[in-house]
Design a protein around this ligand. Structure first.
Ligand code: ADP
Length: 594
């Protein structure tokens, strides 16, 4: 039983609540996913940065080892000539194994007094064109004596005094004073003989007389023979370290010194071409390389950023919003349909309530007067038989109208929660017997059989309402058995229930209709097809009355064979003395049950 309009206030807000919930969940999910993918991308970027730095450092370390080996060659004290130097370097196969290294060289320190002897020695080694350059008197000379592989570029450098150039000199002095390998600042190598010049740098490894590193700076300066060194063309070197696909994901740029200024740029892995692209990830760090700072900046490239699953969150967002809106619209449509239906039901109930109340009084007068009229003229010969039948029709019509209006009133009372009971102690068997006695005289084509039990069936109930139940069930049995037949009423004592069954052999009920039978205004299709009059209210009221008594009602039926309605009402506990012992009012009629 649902009174109309009850669910409406909640229903009205349901679509909006669902929409808000959907949007909130979508935002939550998208935010969480965005956080996760941001975290993952940051980790991938950090790993890439780590790998790049490790590769750069690894490459420089390998280069320094190479210079250490070369320094060892001179430190043995043996005379190294051009030929043995060439063979040593040739076996290292640096063009293949160390791409980007311009060469391996030996720069010799020469006192002004030793210059002539050096020239003689170089002539003897077949280096006819050897000279120390630039010319000019100086306290101390340094000259590139050997440089391999001796290609055109390196030939251009032989004889050059790197000590005359401040950037190189700074590194040479640092190497000499510390005894450690020293990286120079950014230079243009003397090997840069074409128009397309690259940035360059050098690494120096000091070589001292006797092969050991002297303990203090003064000794180191005194004992310095020269330097094993390598010139590097920065672009060639770094392009040699990295594969194309790595740098197209995360680009990097290396700067000489602690700041990434354009003048200090040594190498840029990927030409951003002043692109408008704003990388999702950037990093910058300064590392120490052979005693000098290098600054490396890293930027994620479009390929890297596209590979990040950052599109997942926006996708979820879009799908979530679309989904929420669709759900909103669907629920909105359903809700307004439901609200409309509820309003229609409410309007119907109001109409029925008003109509039944308004009809009740004139109908009572009409039917009372019709019956009075019938009694007055009964047996008199003032009316022709045809007129008598007219009066009978008026009486019968008004009786049926009253029954209909009573049903409607009960329906209205139920809807408004006004169906009141006046319970009292009574015996169900006696009540059934009484009702049967009332009905029997009106039957023409049907037989009504009542089977009682020896026990009393005490219940607490409203006798008028229980009678109404009986009249309804027996009345239906008669109405839905149009070709006549037997109506059986069976009583049963089944602790804790007093059971009442009403069986007929009528048209039965289609299986599909059984679950809906007790709904208000429901009528089975066969009843409608056979034009049996009714409103579909009786069983609805019956069920409500029984439930109000704490009982249950069930139906079983086979279409075309008949129906059985089974009512269980709670037996009353204490039994006050009953007027008469239970008895069987009718002989049992041995007919099969439907
Ligand atoms: P009404 O008889 O006025 O239509 P009820 O509420 O009494 O309303 O019954 C609802 C429906 O249940 C009926 O329309 C009919 O289809 C079906 N029904 C009730 N009792 C029987 C019966 N004994 N045999 C077959 N059908 C029945």
């Amino acid at each position: 039983m649902r009174s109309s309009g009850e669910a409406s206030p909640h229903l009205r807000w349901l679509p909006l609540a669902l929409l808000l919930f959907g949007l909130a969940s979508t935002i939550g999910a998208a935010y969480t996913l965005a956080e996760i993918s941001r975290g993952r991308a940051a980790l991938r970027f950090a790993t890439s940065v780590e790998q790049t730095r490790a590769a750069i450092e690894g490459r420089i370390t390998a280069q320094i080892s190479l210079l250490g080996g070369l320094a060892g060659l001179f430190a043995t004290g043996a005379q190294v000539d051009r030929e043995s130097f060439h063979r040593y370097v040739e076996r290292l196969n640096i063009r293949e194994n160390y791409p980007g290294v311009q060469g391996l060289g030996f720069s010799m320190r020469v006192a002004p007094a030793e210059r002539a002897a050096l020239l003689e020695r170089t002539r003897a080694m077949g280096m006819e064109e050897f000279r120390i350059w630039p010319e000019g008197p100086r306290d101390e000379y340094h000259t590139i004596l050997f440089l391999e592989p001796l290609d055109t570029r390196n030939k251009a450098a032989v004889g050059y005094d790197m000590f005359t150039e401040p950037t190189r000199r700074e590194a040479m002095e640092r190497a000499c004073d510390t005894g450690q390998p020293a990286l120079s600042g950014k230079v243009t190598l003397v090997q840069e003989i074409d128009a397309q010049k690259q940035a360059g740098f050098l690494i120096y490894m000091p070589i001292y007389r006797g092969g050991m590193i002297p303990p203090d700076v003064a000794e180191r300066r005194a004992q310095l023979i020269g330097f094993a060194y390598s010139p590097f063309r920065a672009d060639d070197l770094f392009r040699g370290i990295f594969r194309e696909e790595d740098v197209s994901r995360v680009s990097f740029a290396i700067y000489d010194g602690p700041l990434p200024t354009p003048q200090a740029l040594l190498h840029q892995s990927f030409d951003l071409g002043g692109a408008l692209y704003t990388p999702a990830h950037s990093a910058s760090e300064t590392i120490m390389v052979a005693g000098r700072p290098w600054t490396i900046t890293y930027h994620s490239q479009p390929i890297f950023d596209a590979a990040s699953d950052t599109y997942v969150a926006p996708t979820i967002m879009i799908l979530g919003v679309i989904g929420s809106v669709i759900i909103y619209l669907l629920v909105q449509a359903q809700t307004s349909a439901r609200l409309q239906a509820e309003q229609a039901v409410k309007a119907r109930d109001t109409f029925l309530s008003v109509a039944s109340h308004e009809l009740k009084t004139p109908l009572t007068a009409l039917s009372g007067n019709a019956q009075l009229l019938k009694r007055r003229i009964a047996g008199s010969d003032r009316l022709t038989p045809a007129e008598q039948r007219n009066v009978d029709a008026i009486v019968e019509g008004s009786r049926r109208l009253r029954k209909l209006v009573d049903e409607l009133l009960d329906h209205t009372r139920l809807q408004e929660g006004r169906l009141l009971l006046e319970p009292q102690y009574l015996d169900l068997g006696d009540l059934v017997a009484h009702v049967a006695t009332e009905i029997r005289p009106t039957l023409t084509r049907h037989t009504l059989a009542v089977y009682r039990v020896p026990e009393a069936l005490p219940i607490i109930g409203d006798p008028l309402r229980i009678e109404q139940v009986l009249l309804n069930l027996i009345g239906n049995g008669i109405k839905y058995s149009p070709s006549g037949g037997l109506i059986e009423v069976r009583l049963e004592y089944a602790e804790p229930w007093a059971v009442l069954e009403v069986c007929d052999q009528g048209i039965g009920i289609p299986a599909a209709a059984l679950p809906l039978l007790f709904e208000q205004f429901y009528r089975a299709s066969n009843a409608i097809d056979m034009h049996i009059a009714g409103m579909g209210i009786g069983l609805y009221v019956v069920k409500a009355i029984i439930e109000r008594h704490g009982g249950t009602i069930r139906v079983s039926s086979t279409e075309g064979q008949g129906s059985t309605f089974r009512v269980c009402l709670p037996l009353a506990e204490a039994t006050p003395p009953l007027s008469a012992p239970a008895h069987q009012s009718d002989p049992p009629v041995p007919l099969p049950r439907p």
